[in-house]
Design a protein around this ligand. Sequence first.
Ligand code: NDP
Length: 332
Amino acid sequence: MSLQPDEKRYDTMRCRRCGRSGLLLPAVSLGLWQGFGGGDDIPGMKRMLFRAFDLGITHFDLANGYGSPPPGAAEANLGKVLESDLAAYRDELVISTKAGYGMWPGPYGDWGSRKYLLASLDQSLRRLKVDYVDIYYHHRPDPETPPEETAGALASAVKQGKALYVGISSYNPRETAVMAKILREMGTPCLIHQASYSMLKRRIEKDLLAVLEEEGMGCIAFSPLSQGLLTDRYLHGIPADSRAANPSGTLDKSRITEDVMERVRALQALAEKRGQTTAQTAIAWMLRLPVMTSVLVGASKVRQLEENAAAAQNLDFSAEELADIERLFPSD
Ligand code: NDP
């Protein structure tokens, strides 16, 4: 299977500006956390990546450990596809990776030291077989390492030409403001914050988003469908091929409660009236916020990706719809 890109690939996906930067991201981006690992098949990955590209989903998100076991498998697999099919389109792609969680044994394979972050980026570039990533993230705050050191490592990555932009993930509002200030003073503005956000997890609305607006940073939401809960996937039980059915998976069955499913059923009815699916309304609702540059979905099937990509076609919500959603999924 080889890539035959669709000439109309930029006709439908909306692009949104990332904070006060020059970078535009597709409203819907694709995460390679799951389904791109050691045990997954390359033809299946190609189908997903090629379809994403044709849908205008030009942003692929990774981290050093994705695809484990072995850690790094997702980067290595994307590297194979980049080499075989996507190399000619490198300048049309935004590839991000991260470091911040345990990656290799010993004291230098975790958290936020300069030693770890720069070594990990070199490893990622080797696996991905690229000269640079577009965005390099610190994956989580490190309570022990001075933020100046972590920020300095990110700024060095840019100065060395190994990353074009830098970002942070899962930092709280105070930590975000500190990091943004240090990076700005170093001449490497913090582009983006990757945060957990969905109808079921609204905490960032309280104060993080205001910090991002103030700092001119964009936001990209991870697990926007709450790993599948905010779709029709679990309305009639737990399908055998679902994330929740995987005993070593990351979605605990205990989260599929009757209360949540009842609210998702009501969301499904609201979505139908809008001419959307449940997943599409969950995604579109997040994009109602101008600071939400992109919504970072996962998908185990091409048709899920197609459905999710189309969410950006209707981002308008009536006051009544917003009030209904507020009642169903109140702020944390
Ligand atoms: P989602 O919330 O989008 O969950 C994806 C899962 O939901 C899919 O695997 C699929 O489940 C189900 N799904 C997706 N679309 C549909 C649909 N239209 N209909 C029915 N079911 C659907 O996101 P993820 O949790 O996968 O996270 C997305 C990305 O966010 C990751 O790949 C990663 O890049 C990033 N991330 C970052 C983190 C961080 O710390 N910075 C942490 C976690 C994620 P099924 O497999 O059952 O079909």
